[in-house]
Design a protein around this ligand. Structure first.
Ligand SMILES: [Zn+2]
Length: 326
């Protein structure tokens, strides 16, 4: 946008320059027009004088010069007549020369005027071109402003949608936990990592933010890695399958998931499975395969979403696995 802004300023500057040059040329044209009028007046004046001279000589006839000469009664009169004839001839020649000079200058001025006019036309065309370019740039700016506004609106919408969806998911899980009845006595022993060979975490427990600006509290950890799809999900401890869900809306929630009750208020949850091999009420052993890794529900790639809850309240699973790197 800053680049386009810069281009617009540059074009505007060019247009201003062109307008300035056009104004200067117009002033020049005006001056030349005045000059031409003046020259034409001079030419008219010369013509008038010349005409007068011609008319005068017509009146006196071509014999005038001879009459002047042969009418002389003395040498001095004769010489004076010669002088007069000479002066008249000089005067005529002067008029002709002046006339020629003026005509030449008028032609030069007219040519210059034509050049100026052509230049003005060219500059005007140039300015028009620049204005068109400016209009197109401004349209481009408007387009990008519109597009940014649309994106902002979409981001805002998707942020709200994401947060609403996350809240809905939490509500759903909370409701399920409220309905479940857990065994009072803990099965004992330590928790087992739910995957045989995958320990890479793509998301840890706690607040997280999404690319659209939304944020939600991640109630478990995401275990992933190349080739994890379809691999075994192991029961973290012995217990009873408390809940299994295999129906889901594509792209939403936990997808296929299950909850195992380990007694004493402890339970584990495994989500986004591709398949679940146990059913509600089944007793499972520690390390037993209970499901396969998938990417069902709201998931961007195959992973195990693993939760440990104590009295239905989610905890950071890594508290039980201090050796796993965050
Ligand atoms: Zn998760």
């Amino acid at each position: 946008r800053a680049k386009i802004q810069k281009q617009i300023e540059l074009i505007q500057e060019q247009i201003d320059n062109l307008i300035e040059r056009i104004e200067l040329l117009n002033q020049d044209i005006e001056a030349r027009e005045i000059e031409i009028v003046n020259l034409e007046m001079t030419i008219d004046d010369c013509y008038t004088k010349f005409e007068h001279r011609l008319r005068a000589s017509q009146v006196t006839g071509s014999a005038t010069n001879w009459e002047l000469l042969f009418g002389a009664k003395s040498l001095s009169e004769f010489l004076s007549a010669v002088q007069t004839i000479k002066r008249i001839a000089e005067y005529d020649n002067g008029l002709i020369a002046e006339l020629k000079e003026s005509k030449k200058e008028v032609e030069a001025q007219r040519a210059a005027l034509q050049k100026d006019r052509e230049e003005v036309e060219a500059l005007k065309a140039d300015a028009d071109e620049k204005r068109k370019e400016l209009d197109s740039k401004l349209a481009q700016v408007q387009d990008s402003i519109n597009s940014i506004n649309t994106t902002l609106q979409q981001t805002e919408k998707s942020k709200k949608e994401t947060e609403a969806e996350m809240a809905e998911k939490q509500q759903e899980i909370d409701n399920i936990y409220k309905q479940l009845e857990f065994d009072e006595n803990y099965v004992g022993g330590e928790f087992l990592w739910p995957s045989k060979s995958f320990t890479k975490l793509t998301s840890t427990y706690g607040w997280r933010s999404w690319s659209n600006g939304a944020s939600d509290f991640h109630t478990g950890i995401d275990i992933a890695g190349a080739g994890i799809y379809g691999t075994d999900i192991l029961a973290a401890n012995a217990g009873k399958v408390a809940y299994v869900k295999t129906t889901y809306v594509a792209g939403k929630g936990y997808g296929k998931y299950l909850i195992v009750d380990h007694g004493g208020g402890y339970s584990t949850l495994y989500a986004h499975c591709s398949s679940i091999s146990v059913k509600v009420g089944d007793t499972v052993k520690r390390g037993q395969v209970i499901a396969k890794v998938g990417s069902t529900g709201n998931s961007t790639g195959p992973h195990i979403h693993f939760e440990i809850r104590v009295n239905s309240k989610h905890q950071d699973p890594l508290l039980w696995f201090p050796n796993v790197k965050k």
